[in-house]
Write a protein that binds this ligand. Structure first.
Ligand SMILES: *[C@@H]1O[C@H](CO)[C@@H](O)[C@H](O)[C@H]1NC(C)=O
Ligand SMILES: *[C@@H]1O[C@H](CO)[C@@H](O)[C@H](O)[C@H]1NC(C)=O
Ligand SMILES: *[C@@H]1O[C@H](CO)[C@@H](O)[C@H](O)[C@H]1NC(C)=O
Ligand SMILES: *[C@@H]1O[C@H](CO)[C@@H](O)[C@H](O)[C@H]1NC(C)=O
Ligand SMILES: *[C@@H]1O[C@H](CO)[C@@H](O)[C@H](O)[C@H]1NC(C)=O
Length: 771
């Protein structure tokens, strides 16, 4: 039965049900996402038939067709089979009885993945392959977020070609035209009738992905230079789904639906909701439709770290992005009366503040929070005041309170949970420095140790030599994936701490819009960096699939600090032709690697549930040598293997699938660029297939294995000889659990690298002990 006949069947069902009626009370109604049965055997109906089928679900209403139309919020076409409508629970009971109904649930509230921190201007790093990829020219990045300040210099179309011929999008500004940078801008119900950014998050994320060059940028003398997004010549298509206060799920789904038809190449999302089965996760559904059209979807993972299993947007067809620091700091040191130097950071670094010792005061307990009522003129006047940041209190309010009470300067102490990450750098109205919790304890101990505690400020400006960078942000959510723990998540980390990017300066009455550029932190900021990288790769390699682009990004990621990585880049890697298939790396290299591994917020080596494959290295991703590729169909045996019902698999893939006829696979068998092994069975063998995408046709790779502790890993064959481009070779990896698996750990980690004279193709391995 084709879809057209379903529609007819439903219309007749509908007549049968017309005695049932919808409630007329608006009060208990809310927006539901209603999922319907997918078309049989991939037969697609025309969109008019679909529309009328969707509308038929709402026509039990007494008040006739106008009420029916007002209840319908959106009909969907790509992301899922179904619609969003304003319904009451009673209404839902009615439509549940209709043929073709699958599922209905109230839309969820989406959180933007940002910890907001207003700040000022800076420049993005100059990526090595900007030129090779023509700065992302010809690629369209769809940013589903809070709209855009199109008048901002970052969105100028200077040097930009017109949109590609395939572009079908619209521009819904009332008084402004789009340009060759922002080629489309649409708004949805949350958007208040205009794609204009009302808050700043939308402009910030869009300019991070693809802001044009803005020369001569600087603020207060900090971070002087040219501001630019990661793919400065890519086009932007803006889909506004958030107001200043909230985002709507039904809008996000509609925006993905439309973006896919409009012809975007990359979708950038910096929001999500707590994860669930993929069949009920709107972004997962939308992303699946996107990859079917060759569109890469990059998503942030939320800011609920450092706790395990806190990440979102974990479907294997999504690029799942965590956040880390850059090597840039805005160093402001405090020299204590005992000569101890405490380094912190601040944006406002005045040149006229006396470099002399001031009395230092900490009021302790509740007063240490520096709430306005707790400050006492006589206590803090002309003093440097120590204030604790506790969750939910604003550094700006504390600074104002200290200033009003006559304080000379403020020292903000981060909460313990932030570790060593300084990520809420607000521009403050008086001299300040923000320090870690641990450093706060040192200062408090010093204050206790003397009757006359003093300190002086040392403003050092913008410093780009943090040897620890990148460090995983405390707030960056962590794996493992709940929906599918056999896939390692997150996939990758990228810059997401103190990111300077465009900020709307043109909106009156919004006090957040005083600056042309602003500094924000969050995984929201990391995802658009990766969207930009994906755009550059798409521009350089138009034939790569979304999975190939992901693989290139993941297998070339940095796992050591950048300072160390720069040295390593200069070493020509010898090909070890004599590695046995079970070789254990105990070389000096490996010891070095452990020592220089990317750290977490406590400066301990970060584990794979924090970093995924590691920190994105765009220039290396441009030349990965080999990729682990996947076609959309490859996810079907994977989804069946997750024990999803046929109906759920149909919802996700929008094809008729009968899992009992599919040879389903365990999760870890998906041709993914990383390994997550669930023990379970003590011996497990998986295959992976590599595709040769190197410029040179012939190359030989040998495997290097660093097995997770307590696991024996063998690879067969241990040498791969590629003779031509796009050649595929399959290998098998066997993981055997050993008695030596540490009994006080629930996971151990290692890696596997295919090395040739020119390339290193690295996959992290995590071995998870299941209870
Ligand atoms: C723009 O035009 C639309 C449609 O006419 C209208 O609904 C909306 O209120 C207008 N928005 C602004 C900001 O003028
Ligand atoms: C404020 O200062 C006065 C006088 O120095 C003192 O008596 C009072 O306890 C202080 N109040 C607070 C809340 O610290
Ligand atoms: C400072 O002294 C107070 C009061 O004796 C005590 O409660 C606090 O723990 C001390 N703080 C540090 C950091 O030593
Ligand atoms: C799926 O395939 C099995 C085995 O061939 C068959 O028994 C079953 O009826 C099929 N289910 C559906 C819904 O077609
Ligand atoms: C490992 O076990 C600890 C203690 O039960 C738990 O807190 C943590 O979340 C577990 N880690 C993972 C990755 O499952």
């Amino acid at each position: 039965m084709g879809l057209a006949s379903i529609a007819i069947a439903c219309i007749s069902l509908l007549i049968l049900h017309s005695t049932l009626s919808f409630s007329n009370e608006e009060s208990d109604s809310e927006i539901y996402i209603v999922q319907l049965k997918s078309p049989d055997d991939g037969v697609s109906a025309n969109s008019e038939e679909l529309e009328s089928w969707y509308h038929s679900f709402l026509s039990g209403s007494k008040s006739g067709s106008s009420d029916r139309d007002s209840r319908m919020v959106y009909t969907y076409k790509n992301v899922l089979q179904g619609f969003a409508a304003r319904l009451s629970p009673d209404d839902v009971k009615v439509i549940q009885e209709y043929g073709g109904f699958v599922h209905a649930r109230p839309q969820r509230k989406l959180g933007l993945h940002t910890t907001r921190s207003p700040g000022f201007l800076g420049l993005h790093q100059d990526f090595g392959f900007w030129k090779d990829s023509n700065y992302g020219e010809g690629v369209i990045i769809g940013v589903i977020d809070g709209g855009i300040d199109i008048g901002h210099p970052s969105f100028s179309d200077e040097g930009m070609p017109p949109p590609p011929a395939k572009w079908k999008g619209k521009c819904e500004f009332n008084h402004t035209a789009c340009n060759n940078k922002v080629i489309g801008a649409r708004t949805f119900t949350m958007g208040n009738g205009t794609p204009i950014d009302e808050y700043g998050h939308g402009s910030h994320t869009a300019s991070t992905a693809a802001g044009n060059f803005v020369p001569g940028a600087n603020f207060f003398g900090q971070a002087k230079g040219t501001a630019a997004g990661v793919a400065p010549h890519a086009h932007l298509a803006i889909y506004k789904v958030c107001s200043a206060v909230a985002c709507s799920e039904s809008d996000v789904l509609k925006a993905m639906d439309i973006a896919i038809d409009d012809g975007v190449d990359v979708i950038s999302l910096s929001m999500g909701w707590p994860t669930g089965p993929f069949a009920l996760d709107g972004i997962a559904l939308g992303a699946f439709s996107a990859i079917q059209k060759g569109v890469v979807v990059s998503c942030s993972i939320d800011n609920d770290g450092p706790f395990y299993q806190s990440l979102e947007n974990e479907a294997p067809w999504i690029l799942t992005v965590g956040a880390s620091t850059m090597d840039r700091k805005f160093t402001t040191s405090l020299v204590l009366g005992n000569d101890e130097v405490i380094d912190g950071e601040a944006i406002f670094q005045p040149t006229d503040f006396p470099p002399t010792q001031f009395p230092l005061v900490y009021q302790g307990n509740r007063a240490g929070f520096c709430d306005p009522e707790s400050l006492n003129d006589s206590n803090v006047r002309e003093k440097i005041v120590l204030c604790d940041i506790v969750d939910g209190t604003s550094p700006v309010d504390k600074a104002k309170a200290v200033m009003d009470a006559g304080g000379a300067a403020i020292v903000l102490i981060n909460p313990e949970s932030a570790g060593l990450i300084i990520s809420r750098l607000d521009p403050l109205p008086l001299p300040s420095t923000q320090i870690s919790y641990a450093d706060g304890l040192k200062i408090k101990a010093y204050i206790n140790s003397t009757f006359t505690p003093t300190a002086k400020f040392l403003f050092q400006g913008t410093v780009t030599e943090d040897k620890h960078a990148p460090v995983v942000a405390a707030f960056s959510s962590r794996g493992p994936s709940r929906a599918s723990p056999g896939i390692l998540k997150p996939d990758i980390i990228g810059p997401g701490v103190n990111i300077l990017a465009a900020w709307p300066s043109s909106i009156e009455g919004n006090e957040n819009t005083k600056y042309t550029f602003n500094m924000m932190s969050g995984t929201s900021m990391a995802s658009p960096h990766l969207s930009g990288v994906a755009a550059l790769l798409k521009s350089a390699h138009p034939d790569w699939s979304p999975a190939a682009i992901k693989s290139a990004i993941m297998t070339t990621a940095d796992v050591v600090t950048l300072a160390h990585n720069r040295i390593e880049d200069q070493i020509i890697q010898p090909a070890h032709s004599d590695w046995s298939s079970a070789a254990i790396m105990t070389t000096a290299d490996e010891v070095n690697l452990a020592h220089n591994r990317i750290k977490d917020q406590t400066l301990q080596p970060a584990d794979v549930f924090a970093t995924g494959a590691g920190h994105v290295n765009p220039s290396r991703a441009n030349d990965p040598g080999l990729v682990y590729d996947l076609e959309p169909e490859d996810y079907i045996p994977f989804l069946c293997g997750l024990q999803y019902s046929n109906r759920e698999v149909n919802s996700i893939t929008q094809q008729k699938v009968n899992c009992s006829k599919v040879s389903s696979i365990p999760q870890s068998q998906l041709n993914y660029p990383s390994f997550s092994i669930l023990f379970g069975p003590r011996v497990q063998t998986y295959t992976r297939t590599l595709t040769n995408v190197a410029a040179e046709a012939s190359s030989s790779y040998v495997v290097e294995i660093s097995p997770p502790e307590g696991v024996h890993v063998t690879v067969e064959p241990s040498k791969l000889d590629f003779m031509e481009q796009n050649q595929k070779i399959t290998y098998a990896v066997t993981f055997s659990l050993l008695p030596s698996f540490p009994n006080n750990r629930n996971f151990t980690q290692g890696h596997l690298i295919w090395t040739s004279a020119k390339h290193k193709v690295r996959s992290p391995i995590v071995a998870i002990m299941q209870n």
